[in-house]
Design a protein around this ligand. Structure first.
Ligand code: G1P
Length: 292
């Protein structure tokens, strides 16, 4: 098994149709729906940048061009704000375009997460890479991706983020099980995509952060459609686990499911509570709601 190369590239699949947020997502990509005032995907890209990665590969699809625009310059508005001396707004506007240079690839035919990842084969090349799923926001002191990179570099094996979930939520996730080999680290020996509670080997769910060795691509090329008729990343990971081993890492931090209506609202409240310009009024408002 080859290894020792550094994790330098991040892959963000963003081709999903976002039907859970219709009608908002009829014309607006779900990745641009804001948590407070910032699109969900910008938090994800910030995590990438804060983890020391400079190249972001976006997998997009039909109707997603606004995501590319979001990370590009917007000269006309910049000039206008500059001439009006609105420097605060100018800084806000430039936040996203200053973050990274994104490479984007179109997934022309959405056939599942595994297929989306496979679309990046040539751009990623022969090196380990991180995948971040945009629905999973993780609020933590050390960015979740950075925590995972540390585990990858120590053990030199692919890693998936783990979180314990309630029984009723088990069928919504990829589930893994294995032997605990260090604090928060498991050597996995089973992986199943969205099992029924009876089939599930544990309550340890995959959260949308993965560091994968590049051999995953050869496996994905041969992976047949699985659960839901889609090419599942979990199925390919299970194959990689057999040849190279695979770790699970219980990350430190709070995860929000921004792809779910309740999770999205929770994230909005939690992130708003961290904003000094909003938190005091929001706290008062929530107190009032509880009291009534
Ligand atoms: C995907 C993966 C699943 C994982 C989940 C994490 O499912 O297929 O294994 O647990 O992301 O958010 P999705 O939620 O895209 O259906």
């Amino acid at each position: 098994m080859k290894s020792k190369s550094k994790v330098k590239k991040a892959l963000i699949p963003a081709a999903g149709l976002g039907t859970r947020f219709l009608p908002a997502t009829k014309t607006v990509p779900k990745e641009l729906l804001p948590i407070v005032d910032t699109p969900t995907i910008q938090y994800i890209v910030q995590e990438v940048v804060d983890s020391g990665i400079e190249t972001v590969v976006l997998i997009t699809g039909k109707g997603k061009a606004a995501i590319e625009d979001h990370f590009d310059l917007y000269s006309e508005l910049e000039e206008k704000l500059e001439s009006e001396g609105k420097t605060d707004l100018l800084d806000k506007l430039r936040e996203a375009s200053n973050m990274i240079r994104a490479v984007s690839i179109r997934q022309r035919n959405p056939r599942g997460l595994g297929h989306a990842v496979l679309c990046a084969k040539e751009v990623i090349g022969d090196e380990p890479f991180v995948i971040l799923l945009g629905d999973d926001l993780v609020d933590s002191d050390v960015p979740c991706t950075k925590q995972m990179i540390d585990v990858y570099e120590k053990h030199e094996k692919s890693v998936v983020a783990l979180m314990e979930v309630e029984d009723e939520d088990v069928p919504k996730f990829g589930i893994g099980s294995g032997e605990k080999i260090a604090d928060r680290v498991y050597s996995l020996n089973q992986m199943v995509e969205k099992p029924s509670l009876e089939e599930a080997p544990s309550n340890l769910a995959f959260v949308g952060r993965y560091i994968l060795n590049p051999e995953i691509f050869e496996i994905l090329e041969k992976t047949d459609p699985g659960k839901g008729g889609e090419i599942q990343l979990t199925d390919a990971m299970a194959q990689l686990m057999k040849t190279q081993g695979f770790l699970g890492y219980k990350f430190e931090g709070q995860r929000y499911d921004a792809g779910d209506k309740f999770g999205f609202i929770q994230a909005n409240i939690a992130y708003a509570m961290k904003r000094p310009d909003i938190a005091p009024r929001l706290k008062e408002y929530m107190k009032m709601l509880v009291a009534s």
